[in-house]
Design a protein around this ligand. Structure first.
Ligand SMILES: [Zn+2]
Length: 498
């Protein structure tokens, strides 16, 4: 007897359909064989399924069972095939009627038949909707991620028995009602209020958020570098529907099963993170921190403390906004279009420019410390801000947060129109290839910039950086053309660690 059940494998951050064929034969030696590139976790499935079926009162018969997972080239990881294999076996034993080929099933089974949640449910739901599946069976604990899927009837079950009773028509499950609303977007500008009086810090935050410019904060410990990073993140506009779905699909690959809010993600991995944790990939094909920060912020505190492999590895994703991993001859792409914020001390002890503390570092130690951040990486960071000791909450003129927020919104609207129908989302993503197309300069401004470049011995990448930042400064003033004063301010904001 041959039974077929449809399921899905999550490959990177996308799901692909997997067809499970189960042949139960009375000929041959009794036993279960799983073929079709199954990972060890999938091979273990047969033991969980055997116990789960017994717990539900079904006899696991001593027959020859062959389970084929196709297509064979997709590596299959994780326990999400338990539930479809169990249902396929029951069909193979003639205990269940065949399921429609438009029905997709995914879920992990515990030994007593309870259905456990799985990671990556949202990519599976999105794929089911795109490929015309009509019915979907998923674990109850994944139910909250079952949104924006009006074309697929979704059933959530917490026990194998519930699905068996549903399929045999003895007790129907109710389809999941999509009443859960997306958690609302809330801005918190309190963090930035703390920087009242630090005009340089607030201005940098404003430019960084308006044009999505990668930024480096330098300052002694406890000066508020992390707070400023959170402040910039809170200035970013909420995710639109497409972005939200994309981000939620990625977040569903993380162990947390929570529906993320509309806010762009904020990821702050520890300096001791491994390259696998940062860039993703490996055997399990999980996304890394760079991909979890997609459409949001990646904040690296204590930048020089990260391994040189990670610091070097950041260069390409910062420019191309994608990470590529090769698996079984196929190239897998993880998106990583994030705003990069980083913080560091001015020297190993942290007090090089402090007025209250004495720096204990030798000049050579300071040089060695600063050189951990290579020039090619620094060239990809548009803005630098030096923070000093300050008294929080000190109100000063010129720190009007509300008007800054409205100018950022205006700049975003201008950029949305400018980059309509392109891959770009903001000025900070312009490259040397398209900078002249979007940021033409008058002869006078060009000549002025050339003088700045010659005097300051600025690299070509930094030259592009200056024009990008000048474009954002002009957008904040809703100015069509880039003027000399925009260039002058952009040059000042340039990263230059000596
Ligand atoms: Zn020091």
């Amino acid at each position: 007897m041959l039974a077929t059940v449809s399921s899905a494998a999550v490959f990177g951050i996308e799901a692909l359909p997997v067809f499970i064929e189960i042949e139960v034969s009375s000929r041959g030696l009794p036993g279960v064989t799983v073929v079709g590139l199954p990972h060890a976790s999938v091979k273990e499935s047969k033991d969980r399924v055997r116990s789960a079926l017994r717990s539900c009162g079904f006899q696991y018969r001593a027959q020859k069972v062959t389970i084929n997972l196709s297509p064979a080239w997709i590596p299959k990881h994780g326990p999400s095939f338990d539930l479809p294999i169990a249902l396929g076996l029951l069909q193979g034993y003639n205990l269940l009627p065949p399921l429609s080929s438009q029905t997709l099933i995914a879920g992990e089974l515990s030994l007593d038949g309870t259905i456990r949640p799985i990671s990556g449910i949202l990519p599976i739901i999105i794929m089911a909707a795109q490929r015309g599946y009509t019915h979907l069976f998923i674990p109850t604990e994944n139910e909250n991620q079952c949104m924006m899927t009006s074309s697929v009837t979704c059933y959530a079950a917490s026990h194998l028995r519930d699905i068996v009773l549903h399929i045999t028509g003895k007790r129907k499950l109710s389809p999941v009602v999509h009443t859960k609303t997306i958690p609302p977007y809330s801005t918190s500008l309190d963090l930035l209020q703390s920087f009242s009086g630090q005009e340089h810090a607030l201005r940098t935050a404003q430019i960084a958020a308006a044009g999505r410019h990668h930024t480096l904060f330098i300052g002694p410990p406890g000066v508020g570098k992390t707070m400023l990073a959170h402040g910039i993140s809170s200035l970013l506009p909420p995710l639109d529907n497409d972005e939200y779905l994309e981000v939620s699909a990625i977040q569903s690959r993380s162990p947390t099963q929570l529906l993320p809010p509309r806010q762009p993600p904020f990821r702050a991995p520890h300096a001791r993170s491994t390259t696998l944790q940062m860039f993703g990939g490996g055997h399990s094909l999980l996304p890394g921190e760079l991909t979890f920060a997609h459409r949001g912020v990646l904040f690296l505190d204590e930048l020089p403390a990260f391994s040189s492999e990670i610091l070097q590895g950041l260069r390409i994703p910062l420019e191309e906004h994608v990470l590529r991993h090769s698996v079984e001859g196929h190239t897998l792409e993880f998106p990583c279009r994030f705003l990069f914020l980083a913080a560091m001390n001015p020297c190993p002890c942290g007090y090089a420019y402090s007025m209250d503390h004495v720096c204990t570092c030798s000049p050579s130690k300071i040089r060695q410390y600063l050189h951990r951040i290579s020039s090619p990486l620094l060239d990809r960071i548009d803005l630098q801000v030096t923070l000093h000791d300050f008294s929080p909450g000190q109100n000063a003129p010129g720190s009007d947060i509300e008007s800054r927020v409205s100018s950022i919104q205006q700049a975003w609207n201008i950029q949305q129109t400018r980059y309509k129908n392109t891959q770009n989302t903001a000025n900070g993503e312009l490259t040397s290839k398209n900078i002249t197309q979007y940021c033409p300069l008058s002869h006078e401004v060009s000549a002025y910039l050339r003088i700045c470049l010659e005097k300051l011995k600025i690299s070509h990448r930094k030259y592009v950086s200056i024009i990008r930042v000048a474009r954002t400064i002009a957008d904040l003033e809703t100015q069509k053309n880039i003027e000399k004063r925009h260039i002058a301010e952009a040059v000042q904001s340039c990263v230059r660690i000596e």
